[in-house]
Design a protein around this ligand. Structure first.
Ligand code: GAL
Length: 392
């Protein structure tokens, strides 16, 4: 009990410290959205309590009830993720309670509490704040309900059975490599030329964001060190570039501040952003500052949202990272089957994802960088979007 209280205090104070760090340089973080927009958790009583089964594996039965807790509907990708999970699980005979928490931690806690109270057989969670669910996760474990972490690792808990995600450091490496190749940084280095760059990284309470930043810096740090890349704000460290709750508004605000404060006399050449939502904010800031096709910077993103793909086609975003959410849902569903029916889930990583308590067996899908040149092949030919979706 004491240990849990202590670790909660530590976790809270760590996040508080990181958030303070992230707001450095006088910028204010945009507030999290209001807590009243979440979908309701249906409160019908569940089936009879599931029979005891060893090692968290529920008794074999037809179907079962799966609670799917998603972080927000404010970005297109999570709507797709939730829809995929619901559709695939229902097609397999499961009853699905899909909830969105609108980036509100307490709302997500309540939603999961409701799922437990309604006798869910399994929980699939994409956390708003990966370390803030330890109490409710312990309650699920106590009730014999297995948990699968969806896309974002659940931190500081032993209650998580499996993790379905992408190679998150690989996402960062792909962003870094894209910049390196597109700008031919080696040639610039040899010629003694330089490019200006600014960074917009993900939320400090999301393990994915930390790994992504690491991947980006694995590729770009040498060019920052030798002056081939010049970050005029000096903000390259994760704690100086992370944006709480992946807020598009904060990214826009930061970019506006940077352009006014540091780029009045020299153009920004590269906006290295970790998320399509940030790229939208950066686009608005660039337009506001009078950038045109002539001097538009290279702008990266992540998720290959439909809007991002359209922006790639019209040149206001340069690249994104395609993450096939259908494939992710397929892998996650195999994990649900594993915990509920004792089937073997597909796992391809048993070492990387240490959540501070356990190493969580994971399946990592492969991210793919997309730009104008391969967009059609990667997102249309694969059937992810139709040509008409993209206006082609
Ligand atoms: C991360 C995820 C990204 C992006 C971001 C904001 O956890 O890895 O793909 O979706 O959340 O939603």
């Amino acid at each position: 009990m004491k240990r849990k209280v202590l670790s909660t205090i530590l976790a809270v104070s760590m996040v508080a410290t990181m958030v303070v760090g992230c707001g450095g340089g006088g910028d204010t973080q945009a507030d999290a959205p209001a807590a009243d927009a979440g979908t309701e958790a249906p409160a019908e009583g569940g089936d009879a309590a599931q029979a005891e089964a060893p090692s968290g594996v529920a008794a074999d039965k037809e179907g079962g009830k799966v609670g799917v807790a998603m972080p927000t509907q404010s970005s297109e990708r999570w709507i797709k993720d939730g829809g995929n999970m619901k559709e695939k699980l229902e097609a397999m005979g499961y009853e699905v309670d899909l909830q969105y928490a609108e980036d509100d931690v307490q709302m997500q806690v309540s939603q999961i509490e409701n799922m437990i109270a309604a006798d869910a057989d399994c929980l699939v969670i994409a956390a708003v704040d990966s370390g803030a669910l330890t109490t409710v996760e312990a309650q699920a474990k106590e009730a014999g309900i297995p948990i699968i972490a969806y896309d974002r690792l659940l931190m500081d808990t032993d209650a998580v059975s499996y993790y379905a995600s992408f190679d998150n450091e690989g996402v960062g490496t792909a962003i870094g490599e894209y910049i390196k190749t597109a700008k031919d940084l080696d040639a610039a280095q040899a010629a003694g030329e330089s490019y200006t760059i600014e960074f917009f990284m993900g939320s400090p309470d999301d393990n994915n964001a930390v790994l992504l930043h690491k991947g980006v810096m694995d590729v770009l740090q040498p060019y920052l060190d030798d002056g081939t890349l010049v970050c005029k704000t000096g903000r390259t460290a994760f704690e100086d570039t992370c944006i709480l709750r992946w807020s598009q508004e904060t990214a826009q605000q930061w970019c506006e501040n940077y352009l006014t404060g540091y780029y009045a006399d020299e153009d920004l050449d590269i906006a290295c952003t970790a998320f399509d939502g940030f790229a939208y904010g950066v686009k608005a800031a660039l337009q506001g500052a009078g950038y045109t096709a002539e001097n538009w910077p290279l702008v990266t993103g992540q998720d290959a949202e439909l809007m991002a793909c359209k922006n790639i086609l019209d040149g206001t975003q340069t690249s994104s990272i395609f993450k096939d959410t259908g494939l992710l849902a397929d892998k996650c569903v195999t994990m649900v089957e594993a915990v509920l029916k004792g089937a073997e889930p597909e796992i391809n990583d048993t070492t990387t994802y240490n959540n501070n308590v356990v190493v969580v067996p994971s399946y990592l899908c492969t991210p793919v960088a997309v730009d104008k040149d391969n967009l059609q092949e990667v997102v249309v030919d694969s059937g992810y979007y139709t040509a008409a979706d993209l206006g082609l």
